[in-house]
Write a new protein. Sequence first.
Length: 221
Amino acid sequence: MNCCSPQRHNDGIGRFFSWFAKKYTKRFRKKGLEPSQRQLYSFIESAGYQGKSILEIGCGVGFFHQLLLESGAKTAVGVDISDKMIDEARSESERRGLSDRTEYSQGDFVDLSESVQSSEITILDKVICCYPDPVELIGKSTERTNSQYAVTYPRKRWLNLFIMEVLAPVVLWVIRAGFRPYVHDPSQIEELIVQGGFEKKEQAETMLWRTQIFQRTSAAS
């Protein structure tokens, strides 16, 4: 097993984000959605989520899809590679009275995809940048999406490249985190989603992040 193997990456990212599970919950309770997440929520709201099923890949502690459930979404499935994030999401779901409408799976979505039911709306908020192979991740997740596909990922600009390809790998190596983030080519990301049978409907940006929502137009090619 080498340093770039999928299992080594998965173990590393799972451990890293598990350290922050309770802090993520506390941060959301105190500050709410981040600017890019507000953009994402606005796009999903405009597309219409009332009575629809949600799949959130890289769901973290679950606050985003739980917020949609409280506002009218029907059901939600959350998948995350961190066991502590999933534990926290389940706990929050119970606390907010949503446990009968939520389902959680811990692991790599690419490995679990065959067992995950299709949803009307799929969300990947700051997830593509944590995965080494966007082709597999986007391919398998678009296959499980019937209507809207919503994503947030890093813009390809010098600041992001420096942070994620120079600074972050050094810091993560020092703390022995066992994984690295990526700034994948935005044009490749869009092309993969379009190839999955989708058309881009809206886009917005912050200094670091690009947020988009796509609408299914056809079966995957």
